[in-house]
Design a protein around this ligand. Structure first.
Ligand code: NAP
Length: 283
């Protein structure tokens, strides 16, 4: 039997409907959740991402501010803008779109965002909170992956989860979230000599590599949940993930498509984090 599709577009829509209802409830108390998005430079992909974030805010009743600066904008000026937004009561979340121009230190920028408004969850404090099991903002992509896994109804407790990739924004937080859900977690990366040795034992595989066909049919345990974070282009220039979807779906129990899987969830979890930031401030 082919794998059941985990529909990220549908789940994302369902969560956004809930976000809109909670945002309306807050607005009725005079608080409109607000997200500030900062874009520096003219990277076309980044321009699309920020546009989509601002659009998603408008569709769910969140206030958003988009600040665009040209590529020569100075680091000191950027940090000053962030500090001003930290002090702005109408703003509950601050997101600086990456990558930044070379003359700006991204970590310094991230660390300047107040932890209370770090809705991307990229700061050392947010990473430490996740590591220590304390409340805080979880990075949006792995947070969205957890929601996709939860939507299958399969409990993670005692399951073996393999994460392929160990970036600070996806792989590592993903592994920590799975661990917090009581899975037994293995992290694989570019120096893992035999990826299939690990993935064949996995009840859950999360592929976050950025290389298509990283996970193929012979590497998957029958019935496994397969979450494909990758965003790549195939030979025809079409968007595809890290997983050989056609080969793996007859074997897996559950699988996310690309597009329509993890992608829509990332912005949705940004909305959730921004809303929760506003709710925390309101209590
Ligand atoms: P990244 O920072 O480049 O990290 C990639 C990871 O994959 C690294 O840890 C690397 O290992 C590992 N890797 C590379 N080649 C490998 C191989 N042959 N076998 C096993 N592991 C290998 O990328 P990222 O930011 O985590 O993103 C990963 C992918 O997810 C990209 O395609 C990105 O576009 C996509 N993404 C999608 C969304 C979304 O919303 N859908 C959001 C974020 C990212 P080393 O650490 O050893 O180098």
């Amino acid at each position: 039997m082919p794998a059941q599709l985990i529909n990220g577009t549908a789940l994302s829509q369902q969560i956004r409907t809930e976000v809109a209802a909670r945002a309306a409830a807050l607005a009725a108390r005079g608080i409109q959740p607000g997200l500030a998005v900062i874009l520096v430079g003219e990277d076309p992909a980044s321009a699309v991402y920020v546009r989509n974030k601002v659009k998603a805010c408008a569709e769910t009743g969140l206030h958003s501010v988009l600040e665009k600066y040209d590529a020569s904008f100075g680091e000191a000026e950027l940090l000053a803008r962030i500090r001003a937004l930290n002090d702005d009561p109408a703003i509950h979340g601050i997101l600086v779109q990456m990558p930044l121009p070379k003359h700006i230190n991204p970590q310094r920028v991230i660390e300047t965002i107040s932890t209370a408004k770090d809705v991307d969850g990229y700061s050392v404090q947010s990473a430490g909170d996740l590591m220590a099991g304390l409340p805080g903002f979880r990075p949006c992509t792995p947070y969205g992956c957890m929601k996709l896994i939860e939507s299958t109804g399969v409990p993670l407790k005692g399951k073996h989860a393999v994460v392929i990739g160990r970036s600070n924004t996806v792989g590592k937080p993903m592994a920590l979230l799975l661990l917090a859900a009581n899975a037994t977690v293995t992290i694989c990366h570019s120096a893992t000599p035999d990826l299939g040795l690990f993935t064949r034992q996995a009840d859950v595989v999360v592929a976050a590599v950025g290389r298509r066909n990283t996970l193929t049919a012979g590497m998957v345990k029958p019935g496994a949940i397969v979450i494909d974070v990758g965003m790549n282009r195939n030979d025809e220039g079409k968007l595809c993930g890290d997983v050989d979807f056609a080969g793996v779906s007859p074997i897996a129990g559950w699988i996310t498509p690309v597009p329509g899987g993890v992608g829509p969830m990332t912005i949705t979890m940004l909305l959730v984090n921004t809303l929760e930031s506003a709710e925390r401030g309101a209590t």
